[in-house]
Design a protein around this ligand. Structure first.
Ligand code: BEZ
Ligand code: FE
Length: 335
């Protein structure tokens, strides 16, 4: 045996905080004493918001264990499941976000933090497939290489809630190809495809070529996929086109547009669809028009017309505060 006394990385050391004798904690030898001891310890949390959130978390978790009388085996399975979720994460795959998405937590957090602002485009889930390397696309240019799907032209204006045009807004947009895969899901991806970055013009107008979105399954080869199977839930997202729009003085908008008619619109695996984001695609059956818009093979195309309405920063913040206050009044919780 080595006599080297150097601690290993996993050798624990005291953190320096003293025993809380002043709390007079009883031995936690009954279920309810475990909960009440922990609740007394929460009094030590210095940050009031942390104290509130942690107290509620413990209260709900302990209540959950009591209510379900969860077995030791079930709890070990849960821990093993969460361990596998963590082990599935890589620099480009985030299984914890996927778990939060399918449990509706991502959508719920977003709906509390980005409540609707009158007249403004609503938000939707970001998802894990946004990348920073989208190419710049000219007005009327294409975000997709030829052969990636059926032709679609997307156009509209970027406006403020007061109806004024927002020039020079940066629009990031991305979608899958007609096989339901993002470019990042292909081995040996050499360049970005089905994604682009463009700017609204002086009148706030934007327009670009894309492909008709299709529904597709979210990654199902990990623990989250297994969970959905065990819950008897499908892993489909309805057809959609992602948009992220930024302009100085406005709240950054992360959203998606969902063409009407998809069978998964009301049961989206990640709860991203809002009524105001469901759009109608027009069929344009005009070879000359298709060629004029730059579709190499002409023929027909779908037209998605959508005005993106941004909310000024102050309006968005006021809406968030008002919503939080309204909810606090009905529940008695601090914001
Ligand atoms: C997406 O739309 O890209 C997506 C969103 C949440 C989870 C998985 C995929
Ligand atoms: Fe998506």
């Amino acid at each position: 045996m080595s006599d080297d006394a150097t601690p290993t990385d996993h050798q624990a050391i005291p953190n320096g905080i003293q025993a809380p004798h002043h709390l007079n904690l009883p031995y936690p030898d009954k279920p309810e004493l475990i909960t009440s001891n922990l609740q007394k310890l929460i009094e030590l949390v210095p940050n009031p918001r942390h104290k509130f959130v942690f107290e509620r978390l413990i209260s709900h978790m302990h209540e959950f264990v009591n209510e379900t009388s969860i077995t030791t085996e079930e709890w070990m399975n849960t821990i093993q499941f969460l361990t596998r979720v963590g082990q599935t994460c890589t620099p480009i795959r985030q299984e914890f976000i996927l778990l939060s998405d399918v449990l509706g937590v991502s959508a719920l957090v977003d709906s509390l933090n980005c409540p609707p602002v009158k007249g403004a485009t609503e938000s939707s889930v970001l998802g894990p497939f946004f990348t920073e390397d989208a190419p710049d696309v000219e007005q009327g240019g294409s975000i997709a290489s030829e052969g990636k799907g059926k032709y679609m032209y997307v156009e509209g204006r970027v406006l403020s809630t007061d109806g004024k045009p927002v020039p020079d807004a940066v629009i990031e947009t991305w979608e899958t190809d007609d096989l339901g895969f993002y470019d990042t899901q292909y081995k040996g991806r050499e360049f970005a495809d089905c994604r682009g970055r463009l700017r609204s013009d002086k009148e706030g107008k934007y327009g670009y070529r894309a492909v008709v979105p299709i529904c597709y399954p979210i990654p199902g080869d990990g623990p989250v996929g297994e969970l959905l199977l065990n819950l008897g839930r499908h892993n489909m997202r309805p057809n959609h086109l992602h948009l992220m729009v930024e302009a100085p003085g406005f709240r950054k908008l992360v959203t998606a547009l969902y063409p009407a008619g998809d069978e998964f619109l009301s049961s989206d695996a990640v709860f991203g669809v809002k009524k105001g984001l469901v759009v109608k695609l027009e069929e344009v059956n005009d070879d000359a028009e298709a060629r004029k818009r730059g579709f190499p093979k002409g023929g027909s195309f779908k037209l998605l017309k959508f005005d993106i309405i941004l909310s000024p920063e102050a309006e968005a913040e006021a809406a968030r505060k008002a919503f939080a206050e309204e909810r606090a009044q009905t529940s008695g919780r601090p914001q």
